[in-house]
Design a protein around this ligand. Structure first.
Ligand code: HEM
Length: 431
């Protein structure tokens, strides 16, 4: 059939597939893509007709701003925990473009290098406390490390006594969105506390009560003017500053998976001992491709259009499969194997490797913090491999394919942690 001819979109069986989606989690879309042999199909979730898309060709369409909008796409329970109300995620058109520039302007070379140096500084500060401990739950400790990195980088002062509680509260924001009951309510409570806390700093900056370096996001966001020349209200600035703090701390999830990968794939881990920046880079790219984090992103069809013969009707909820695209057999050779060297020949397409969204950073909704995530992960991997000696006791390192976010079940426990002298040949010291 010609691709221009309208054809019927493959349709999932069943009246409503919400329960199956919860059960199959990250693999829900890939399972159906496989059985229907189609990168696009229709299903019903929470009583609503929903189109699911997978693969790089679909991503090119999904990240076309003329075709999809975000304003009414994310469920409100996600806005009340993960994103907050009025943030960049739900904006479209000129308003989005302008707000996104506020984020991308802080992702410059100087700031990225600074984040990496801060990552090293706070790893070393915390590691010094681990040497006397019987065991360390790496995921929880990384939340504390990254809370300090994030606050210093953003320009928010944080007393030593507040580190642990702030890290738990920031953790609540990304540990709760998919949960129901008390965990979800804890997430909402932590969000309102954190917004209040950050808003007070924004007020202080605006009233001249707080001296913040002009290159810090706290200063820049507080004085940012929107596309109509207006200052953002304080609440929105707080939401956007939390859009930096929260995901920076969420990188702890990737660090736990990085440590898990070092344990599960010792052959790959051994390759990292020479401190080569390229090898560190390839390893963490594979961590981001291989392990589950965001399953998909939602959008709504903005204006009715036809793609590949299928009609996308205005207003239809559409999910772009991030996890499944990173594991798509047409995009990746042996997608279920952990092989960092695959990134040696990767062509850097913005549409096939999309753990943090795809397309263009400035124009579309692709994650504003992807480069920063890479820097923090590279330094964390470097510390784990070249700066520490530790043991991994017996524990449950498996991870669920339907918990969101997923984590090694033990949260990655390490014991007998010791700092080590410089490894010979290490090239990328950040001290
Ligand atoms: C922990 C690792 C991270 C993961 C897995 C992740 C994932 C994502 C995903 C899937 C999106 C949505 C893409 C889309 O809608 O198409 C996103 C958006 C976003 N991320 Fe991240 N992210 C991470 C870290 C970060 C960091 C470190 C920052 C900032 C410091 C950040 C800031 C943002 C912002 C501001 C957006 C909204 C962009 C927009 O709507 O235009 N993220 N991220």
């Amino acid at each position: 059939m010609s691709k221009d001819t309208n054809r019927h979109m493959p349709k999932d069986v069943g009246l409503d597939n919400t329960v199956k989606a919860l059960r199959e989690g990250y693999q829900f879309i890939a399972n159906r893509r496989h059985t229907m042999q189609s990168n696009v199909f229709e299903t019903t979730l929470l009583g609503e007709k929903t189109i699911c898309m997978s693969g790089s060709e679909a991503a090119k369409v999904f990240y076309d701003n003329d075709k999809f909008r975000r304003a009414d796409a994310a469920p409100s329970r996600i806005n009340k925990t993960l994103f907050g109300q009025g943030g960049v995620q739900g904006l479209d058109g000129e308003a989005h473009h302008h707000r996104k520039a506020m984020f991308m302007n802080v992702m410059n070379t100087f700031n990225l290098a600074q984040t990496r140096a801060l990552t090293y500084k706070y790893w070393m500060k915390e590691v010094a406390k681990w040497e006397d401990k019987e065991e360390v739950v790496l995921y929880e400790e990384c939340k504390k490390i990254l809370t300090q990195v994030a606050c210093e980088w953003v320009g928010i002062p944080l007393e030593e006594e507040a580190v642990a509680d702030t890290s738990y509260q920031l953790g609540d924001l990304f540990e709760s969105p998919a949960a129901i009951g008390p965990t979800h309510w804890k997430g909402r409570h932590s969000r309102s506390k954190l917004e209040e806390w950050v808003e007070a700093f924004v007020n202080d900056v605006r009233e001249g009560k707080k001296d913040v370096p002009k290159e810090r996001p706290l200063y820049l966001f507080s004085w940012h003017r929107d596309h109509e020349g207006e200052l953002l209200d304080e609440g929105t600035v707080a939401v956007e500053l939390l859009n930096l703090l929260r995901p920076m701390v969420a990188i702890s999830i990737y660090i736990a998976f990085t440590a898990q990968a070092l344990e599960e794939y010792p052959g790959e881990a051994d390759k990292l001992n020479d401190g080569s920046e390229d090898k560190l880079h390839r390893f963490i790219q594979e961590v981001r491709r291989f392990y589950p984090f965001f399953p998909f992103v939602p959008a709504r069809v903005d204006k009715t259009f036809t793609w590949d013969g299928y009609e996308f009707e205005e207003g239809t909820l559409t999910l772009m499969d991030l996890y499944g695209t990173n594991h798509h057999p047409k995009e990746w050779t042996d997608p279920s194997l952990f092989k960092p060297d695959r990134f040696q020949s990767w062509d850097k397409s913005p549409f096939d490797f999309i753990p943090q969204g795809g397309g263009d950073f400035n124009i579309g909704h692709r994650c504003a913090g992807e480069w920063l995530t890479i820097e923090i992960l590279k330094e964390s991997l470097n510390v784990l491999v070249n700066k520490l000696d530790y043991e991994v006791p017996e524990q449950d390192l498996s991870f669920s394919m339907n918990d969101m976010p997923s984590l090694p079940k033990s949260k990655m426990i390490i014991t007998n942690v010791q700092r080590v002298e410089e490894h010979e040949g290490r090239k990328n010291n950040q001290e």
